[in-house]
Design a protein around this ligand. Structure first.
Ligand code: NDP
Length: 346
């Protein structure tokens, strides 16, 4: 039998938006009540994502006070009776990972259909470190870039001259590392950009055949050189403001430009006439809109877990910070000091 559910818990509360100092450690937050269709999860590891900084600064709006945080993994400690009939496998003691709100706390109430049972053989830390960014990469490569699923039985290796040219910015970052691995597995010719030698080495290790150091090299010139003047067919840009103009220069005719983040600030409004010169497809994909239904979530999560279990996709943990030190984690992430995934230990 499980320990009784406490009345209060610790967690990180944002009462006003601002710098990292607004991330306040509290020990007397009310434990969320279990609603219809919900389960309570005792979080063990919480994933830090750049989006958490947008909610902290107010770039993305939310009612305050707010417990932010979009992903975690841990153990189910309570199940609403309504869940027993819809998903009998979700029981107390089962390990789950999830993408949902309010993860920066000891305990989170989530809709049961957001819970992904962690398969045997996958540790809780890896599940927390890979879910949101792995699903982002998988859905974006399939649905935003439109690359086909590799063959199930050890996919056909495309020759280096065959696959589409893909460019990933911040290719040693959490999401970038996942994107590079997924793109390489889908047969793309991957160019990664990264800040500094160490990160360039990591991007290469992720499967980028070419890496460009964005802190020293002329990225547009290098990309044109690498692609023989053609430019890249698809660009994944989570950096945003600082790289958007260069993207339009180094994209190939008929290319797809997926701007999916604001690490350097949001891209200002775009004059669509700029897309005409090369018939560029500009899009702004968001993970959450690709995993709206339970079926979508389940299918992509199953595939991601299989890739992790088979060792085809790996996750590099930058650091596991105590939950109380979330401010330091945000500073490191915003300061371009990290490579791979940042986790919080609850
Ligand atoms: P990362 O681990 O990628 O960290 C951000 C990286 O961006 C830095 O390490 C740095 O890498 C690069 N960067 C370049 N310029 C700046 C700058 N001015 N300030 C800060 N960082 C900069 O973070 P995440 O993987 O969590 O997120 C990456 C991006 O993807 C974010 O924009 C995020 O919002 C977005 N995202 C969007 C999703 C969606 O559904 N739309 C889902 C998941 C993530 P380097 O030094 O190598 O340039």
């Amino acid at each position: 039998t499980m320990a009784p559910i406490p009345k209060t818990m610790s967690g990180i509360l944002i009462e006003e938006t601002g710098g990292v100092e607004v991330l306040k450690w509290k020990t007397d937050l009310p434990v969320p009540e279990l609603g219809e269709g919900e389960i309570l999860v005792r979080n063990e590891f919480v994933g830090v994502n750049f989006i958490d900084t947008y909610f902290r600064t107010g770039l993305y709006k939310s009612p305050l006070p707010l417990i932010t945080g979009k992903e975690a993994a841990g153990t189910i400690i309570a199940v609403h009776p309504s869940v027993h009939s819809t998903d009998p496998t979700l029981q107390e003691g089962v390990r789950v990972a999830y993408v949902a709100d309010h993860a920066y706390a000891e305990i989170t109430a989530i809709s049961a259909d957001r819970a992904a049972a962690i398969p045997t053989g996958l540790d809780t830390q890896t599940a927390a470190a890979s879910l949101l960014q792995g699903l982002t990469a998988l859905t974006f490569v399939r649905e935003a870039a439109g690359l086909a699923q590799p063959h199930a039985t050890g996919h056909r290796q495309l020759g280096v001259s065959e696959g589409p040219w893909a460019l990933v910015h911040a290719a040693a970052g959490g999401t970038g590392s996942m994107l590079v691995q997924m793109l390489a597995a889908h047969g793309a010719r991957v160019i990664g950009t990264a800040g500094g030698e160490v990160k360039c080495g990591l991007a290469k290790g992720n499967g980028a055949q070419w890496v460009v150091d964005s802190t020293r090299e002329d990225v547009v010139a290098r990309v044109k050189e690498i692609t023989g003047g053609k430019g890249v067919d698809v660009i994944f840009d989570g950096v945003g403001k600082a790289t958007f103009d260069a993207d339009l220069e180094m994209i190939a005719r008929r290319g797809t430009l997926a701007v999916f983040g604001n690490a350097s600030g949001p891209v200002p409004p775009v004059d669509v006439l700029r897309l005409g010169a090369k018939n560029i497809k500009l899009m702004r994909p968001v993970l959450f809109a690709y995993i709206v239904t339970k079926e979508e979530r389940a299918a992509y999560t199953k595939e991601l877990f299989e890739l992790l279990l088979a060792g085809k996709v790996k996750v590099k943990i930058h650091e596991v910070y105590p939950l109380q030190e979330v401010g330091r984690a945000h500073s490191d992430l915003e300061g371009r000091k990290t490579a791979g995934k940042l986790l919080l230990k609850v």
